[in-house]
Write a protein that binds this ligand. Structure first.
Ligand code: SF4
Ligand code: FES
Length: 250
């Protein structure tokens, strides 16, 4: 396939999205819902580009639109810059914002929103937490619940989830810092989802280091690992490995 992107001709051998092509060519397109480790999603529309084919021009999300032969792609026209600013303002109206988010929007020239803030905190349109839980953890402990204005991300019936393993991947990937994980004593709290889980003590040093459910899942997923491997915290695992390497009796 032959395409033109920002005036540059490119030959594309295999199927890829416009965003993937742009990244390869060091062309920066702003993104938000997109995450390298997750499936393309196309919800926030921050990554829109102009695509011309057979004389027709459209704006489309570059993270979900695949490259087609003969496309003429523009990533930074005046229209795109203005539209992205508007999208950023609309998104900013939903959240008090994290450092990461503010930096992303600042790059687009947006530092505040003209729209009324409802202090939702969760952007909703990114869905990264829901996707990581499904695609990477394989749990689906959270999803979009409710309707219309009341839609939010949560556990079924918004109660303490018995499926959540407390891995914290949702908090890790959330660009607004809405989801927080807090360990207190022997309990882990996933604050945004009213979920609490029991922590497990390291068999060697006694420190709480992970949730019991997470250790259970690791044991189930990796049955070939040595007995007791997942019952140790990272530090004790390393000490054990060093001792083994040095030939010190365990
Ligand atoms: S909680 Fe965070 S990751 Fe999940 S949809 Fe909201 S902003 Fe996105
Ligand atoms: S990054 Fe492409 S639609 Fe969100």
């Amino acid at each position: 396939m032959k395409v033109t992107i920002d005036g540059q001709e490119a030959e594309v051998q295999e199927e890829k999205t416009i965003l993937e092509l742009a990244i390869e060519l060091n062309i920066e397109i702003p993104t938000l819902c997109h995450h390298d480790g997750l499936e393309p999603y196309g919800a926030c529309r921050l990554c829109i580009v102009e695509i011309e084919k057979n004389g027709n021009k459209v704006l489309d999300a570059s993270c979900t639109r695949y490259v087609e032969d003969g496309m003429i792609i523009k990533t930074a026209t005046e229209e795109l810059v203005e539209k992205r600013k508007l999208i950023a303002e609309l998104l900013l109206a939903r959240t008090s914002g994290s450092k990461e988010l503010k930096e992303r929007f600042e790059k687009l020239g947006v530092t505040k929103s003209r729209f009324e803030s409802k202090d939702y905190d969760c952007l909703l349109y990114c869905g990264r937490c829901v996707r990581v839980c499904k695609e990477k953890v394989g749990i689906e402990a959270i999803s979009f619940v409710g309707r219309g204005h009341d839609t939010k991300v949560g556990t079924p019936f918004s109660i303490d989830s018995d499926v959540c393993i407390g891995c914290g991947a949702c908090a890790e990937i959330c660009p607004t810092g809405t989801i927080k994980v807090k360990d207190e004593g022997s309990t882990r709290y996933i604050q945004y989802f009213n979920t609490k889980l029991k922590l497990k003590e390291c068999q060697e040093c006694g420190k709480f280091f992970s949730t019991e459910k997470m250790i259970g899942k690791l044991k189930e997923d990796f049955p070939s690992f040595p007995e007791g491997y997942f019952d140790l915290c990272e530090t004790c695992k390393k000490i054990k490995e060093i001792k083994k390497f040095l030939g010190v009796k365990q």
